[in-house]
Design a binder for this molecule. Structure first.
Ligand code: ZN
Length: 216
């Protein structure tokens, strides 16, 4: 009697293990509807940034970078960590920094931005880290997440607190986010959803049907 109980226990335990491992094997993300990365490259990032090319690589699961660069700094803005991004993404970042970020910083704070906190760049993962969701543009190195901006006087404008913080920080963060729309094809941030409350997400996803950008 006792041994049959034991056996039943072992069988249940094995079944439990099997269902667990099945769970682990399920896809982390789906490639359904994911467009290939656009290969436009208006200018070599080495002409405007502290950057080195990354040899093309594919991880065999849909992730990888084609025509990528490791960007350490842009203009006089040092990155908290090197960003692994596509040439297209680096170009848009440069246009945005020059035409929006530095202009707004001078207007609002009377000084330039000298640092930028990179929360994420290339990352082989699903959108919003949600299992089973579409592969993120981060999986193509086609996106960057920015958590904060550091001014010349050392002040840090943090997206999480500044977006609903004092009037200056609100104006700065809201201005540069609004102006990023169109330079980038997807712009997300605080208020978009719970995943973007502490950073601004900027990506160069292949333009949606009818050339639409998504800024939410
Ligand atoms: Zn992101």
């Amino acid at each position: 009697m006792k041994s049959s109980f034991k056996l039943a226990g072992v069988i249940i335990f094995m079944f439990f293990l099997a269902s667990c491992s099945t769970g682990r094997r399920s896809a982390e993300f789906t490639l359904e509807g994911v467009q290939p990365s656009p290969l436009v490259c208006p200018a070599d990032p080495r002409t405007f940034a502290d950057a080195v090319p990354i040899p093309d690589f594919q991880e065999g699961n849909g992730c990888g970078i084609t025509h990528g660069y490791r960007v350490m700094a842009l203009d006089s803005i040092a990155f908290s960590e090197p960003a692994q991004i596509t040439c297209a993404e680096a170009n848009s970042l440069n246009v945005w920094v020059q035409s929006s970020v530095q202009k707004a910083a001078h207007e609002i704070y009377g000084q330039p931005v000298v640092g930028l906190k990179v929360a994420a760049s290339y990352a082989c993962r699903a959108r919003n880290n949600v299992r089973g969701a579409k592969l993120s543009e981060h999986g193509h190195g086609n996106a960057i997440d920015i958590a904060s901006f550091t001014l010349a006087d050392g002040r840090e404008i943090v997206v999480l607190t500044g977006y609903y913080g004092n009037a200056q920080d609100q104006r700065f963060l809201r201005t540069i986010r609004a102006q990023a729309c169109g330079i980038f094809h997807t712009v997300l941030g605080p208020g978009s959803d719970s995943y973007h409350r502490d950073h601004i997400h900027l990506d160069m996803q292949t333009l949606r049907r009818r050339g639409g950008v998504y800024c939410h």
